[in-house]
Design a binder for this molecule. Structure first.
Ligand code: PEP
Ligand code: MG
Length: 839
């Protein structure tokens, strides 16, 4: 990506321009470095070539860097700064005569859309065009702009029919991805359902796209017209093929539960109400009745429409900020998928169609902000409620939630939930943002009149671990504050004023439920020491901060494999270094001083990234995957390495490279790691004095050449999933060759053994992080062969620790060696089961 450097006499001007430009590019990884002022307190205004050279280093990109300057000495200093750079780097910089404010904004947008240096320069130069046209001033830059846009890429019109494969259709999240994708392109993009092509909608409007109600298997027609129309259509097609980034797991988790719409009439049983069991567990306590008065909407004609629009813009900004804050909070305690609910909220807040309607109502209609906003929200709600799909209709709750929050802001009140005492929260409906704010210590359970198991409130309650029964109907209104209640989140029963007998049954259930959870946590915490006194490290494979917590709860001694892909997949933009840093930091803090092995990115091939386009490969598993892809994109890779290194100080971080086949790859990766370290140190940030570096042994060549690799790494971790697929030439996801995919095959075991012996000789340790590590039948063999660390899914840890404590590892050596001599995986399994007394 092309980056920018802004050179100004005034630090506040440079900061302001950078802020403005960033506002236009939102989550783009674009670097906008600034160099401004002399640094001298007495005479602050001016420029300094050394500072500019530093900013140039910071913004350096192989794709080029555009430098925008204000005036006079800024140009001279920038030219001088170029002389401080190496000739190779210098060639990548272009000093631009464009105006700094408009130029920076236009260049930033073009760069974040992936334009090359020439396109970015042309945009910057032509940036005064619109202003000049508006003021009817013939400007040189108008000519430049006309030339740039006609010469660069002539406009064209392209269309395509796209099938929506998402299980729940084009609902809020995939719709958000659709809109984000369309938003990256300058072209005008419209779409319509193929069964109603006359009704075209703006593809950059979330409300328009989401409220089309496109269901699974239906098709939409997309038209793009403009300079990047073909690329836009391609990107949308790719996003659709990728199910708009919706993880299968996530789609299934909401799709497999029966979709129940908000049900108004109540079902009763002898002891109370029956609703939809939305979040398991039991809770008892007094009712806390939540009364959320709808914000008052006064309709007024206003005299100063500009000021009114400004007032609304501020309210929108405040709600955006609090939504982002909630998102961060939820991603710490729940999954990234759940946190992404709030991305859809952010999209509603930025919806161009919705905002344009409101803007016109205020500026032309002279309506006050509350009136204009609530009217536009009502229109959007009507559209959602028309959709013949329960899941999609339930999304109206999200729009209403956002609408309410903005009105609360306009009224100058904070949206706070007042929970006076611990108890069961009773509400007609609970918005996702209210649910996310629930305090687990005060809200023991939740019971609502509306909402179903697929509502975002239900998903959030589940992830927060609060028992919940939703959709109890209007009878919920009969429950008075303080009424004793019992919520059974497993059956959907809500007991109202339960008898003493029922209460005591549930008190027991609650105690048992809590004990079971606590017990599992306690026993698993102790280290796994074998009968003959060998400590086996049982660590976890994780993919998020939430997994890290689950791993600790399950008794993991640390993390043997952090699949860093979690941050990169299922989105359309690159996570910036800062975002990565925050994510790794959070996980490292959860782990305290325990080991945390961070595996660098393993994507590409079969796991493509929308923002790193790769050419199609015939054999993605044998293609440009993992380290191969990262080595080809050193800037991208170094951002990840810097983020990891920045967390290393004060934590027990180790770095692991995946898919290493050749020693040259390891050396190149290590040298980029060194560069990344220097860059971090140059910024004055500490890293740990030594960060252990290891490789995944998952390609036979690495196992065969383990003695060579062992000299240059601190540890090996064997990825038996890939090692088996590559050894047996049997693709890991292909069930037709499943009979060849058992990692206990002697061919794979011999490679494991070879790796361990090479490591032993070099004084290095070996772990296993493929699925085999958590397989109880395999554990005795792996430990007998000399594996020191087993890394597995958190759910397998308890059993693995218990098993390891029963083993005499020294006594297993002969049996392990014997397994190497067998002829098939089946024979190894038979022998292993016999050893464990299972045969
Ligand atoms: C492996 O290949 O065994 C491994 C742990 O890596 P992944 O499953 O992420 O490819
Ligand atoms: Mg692997």
């Amino acid at each position: 990506m092309v980056n920018l450097v802004l050179v100004s006499h005034s630090p506040s001007l440079a900061r302001g321009v950078a802020e403005l430009a960033r506002l236009m590019t939102q989550q783009s990884p674009l670097i906008i470095a600034t160099a401004a002022g002399t640094g001298d307190e007495n005479s602050p205004l001016g420029t300094n070539a050394e500072e500019i050279a530093k900013a140039m280093e910071e913004a350096y990109s192989d794709d080029g860097v555009l430098v925008l300057m204000d005036m006079g000495s800024a140009v001279l200093s920038a030219e001088m700064a170029l002389e401080f750079l190496s000739p190779g780097k210098k060639a990548k910089f272009m000093l631009s005569s464009a105006p700094i404010v408009e130029g920076a904004v236009s260049a930033a947008v073009q760069a974040s859309l992936g334009g090359n240096l020439e396109q970015v320069r042309a945009e910057a130069i032509g940036s005064l065009g619109n202003k000049a046209a508006q003021l009817s001033v013939p400007e040189e830059s108008n000519v430049a702009q006309a030339q740039a846009s006609s010469e660069a890429v002539p406009g064209s019109a392209v269309d395509a029919v796209i099938e929506i494969r998402n299980r729940l259709g084009l609902h809020a999240r995939p719709a958000a991805t659709f809109v984000q994708t369309a938003g990256r392109f300058a072209s005008k993009i419209q779409l319509a359902r193929t069964d109603n092509e006359t009704r075209r909608s703006n593809a950059k409007s979330i409300n328009a796209v989401a409220s089309m109600g496109v269901r699974h298997g239906e098709t939409v027609h997309v038209w793009a017209e403009g300079p990047d129309a073909p690329a836009a259509i391609d990107a949308l097609k790719k996003a659709a093929e990728n199910d708009f980034g919706e993880a299968e797991e996530a789609a299934v988790s909401t799709a497999t539960v029966p979709v129940a719409s908000a049900e108004r009439s109540s079902k009763r049983f002898d002891g109370g109400l029956i609703g939809i069991p939305a979040s398991p567990g039991y809770a008892a306590g007094p009712a806390i009745v939540l009364k959320l008065a709808d914000p008052e909407i006064q309709q007024r004609t206003i005299n100063d429409p500009e000021a009114e629009w400004e007032r609304l813009s501020k309210a929108l900004e405040a709600v955006r900020a609090s939504t982002q804050q909630l998102r961060r909070q939820i991603s710490r305690s729940a999954t990234e998928y759940d946190a992404a609910i709030f991305d859809a909220h952010l999209m509603f807040l930025n919806d161009p169609d919705l905002l344009e309607k409101v803007r016109l109502a205020i500026l032309d209609g002279h309506r006050n902000a509350e009136w204009a906003w609530s009217e536009a929200i009502q229109v959007a709600l009507v559209e959602y409620r028309k959709i013949e799909d329960d899941y999609m209709r339930a999304r109206a709750a999200d729009v209403a939630d956002i609408g309410r929050q903005v009105l609360i802001q306009l009224n100058g009140r904070a949206a706070a939930l007042n929970i006076p005492f611990p108890g069961i929260l009773i509400a007609a409906d609970l918005s996702p943002s209210d649910t996310a704010r629930l305090d687990r210590a005060m809200v023991l359970g939740v019971c609502t009149g509306m909402g179903g198991p697929t509502s975002h409130s239900a998903i959030l309650a589940r992830t927060l671990g609060i028992p919940a029964v939703l959709g109890c109907g209007e009878a919920i209104g009969e429950i008075a504050e303080g009424t004793p209640l019992v919520v059974d989140g497993s059956t959907g029963q809500v007991w109202i004023s339960p008898s003493a007998q029922i209460s005591s049954v549930y008190q027991e259930k609650i105690a048992e439920w809590r004990n079971l959870q606590a017990l599992a946590r306690q026993t698993s915490r102790a280290p796994a020491v074998s009968k003959d006194g060998i400590a086996v490290e049982i660590v976890a494979n994780i993919g998020s901060a939430k997994d890290a917590r689950a791993a600790l709860d399950s008794g993991a001694d640390g993390v043997g494999l952090l699949r860093s892909e979690f941050l990169f997949l299922g989105r359309l933009d690159t996570p910036e270094e800062e975002e990565q840093f925050a994510a790794y930091q959070e996980i490292a803090e959860v782990m305290g001083g325990r080991p945390l092995v961070v595996r660098t990115l393993d994507v590409g091939g079969d796991k493509p990234l929308a923002y790193l386009p790769q050419k199609e490969e015939q054999n993605p598993f044998l293609g440009k995957r993992a380290l191969r892809l990262c080595l080809d994109k050193p800037d991208f890779f170094k951002a990840q390495l810097r983020a990891i290194l920045r967390v290393s100080a004060g934590h027990n971080i180790k770095i692991m490279f995946p898919m290493v086949a050749d020693i040259a790859e390891l050396r190149r990766a290590r040298s980029l790691l060194e560069e990344a370290r220097e860059e971090v140190l140059r910024r004055g940030i500490m890293t740990a004095p030594k960060v252990d570096v290891g490789i995944m042994v998952e390609i036979p060549s690495a196992a065969l050449l383990a003695p060579v690799f062992a000299r240059e790494v601190d540890f090996f971790s064997i990825g038996t999933n890939d090692l088996t697929q590559y050894t047996m030439a049997a693709e890991r996801g292909n069930s037709d060759v499943a009979y060849l995919q058992d990692a206990l095959h002697p061919a794979v075991l011999r490679l494991i053994d070879r790796t361990i012996r090479a490591a032993d000789e070099a004084g290095k340790w070996v772990g296993v992080c493929g699925e085999l590590a958590g397989d109880p039948v395999a554990i005795p063999i792996l430990l007998g062969l000399g594996v020191k660390e087993l890394s597995m899914a958190p759910g397998s840890i308890l059993a693995a620790k218990s098993l390891a404590r029963t083993l005499d590892i020294a006594g297993l050596r002969d049996f392990a060696r014997e397994s190497l001599e067998l002829e098939s995986a089946a024979a190894v399994r038979f022998l292993a089961k016999e050893q464990l007394g299972l045969q």
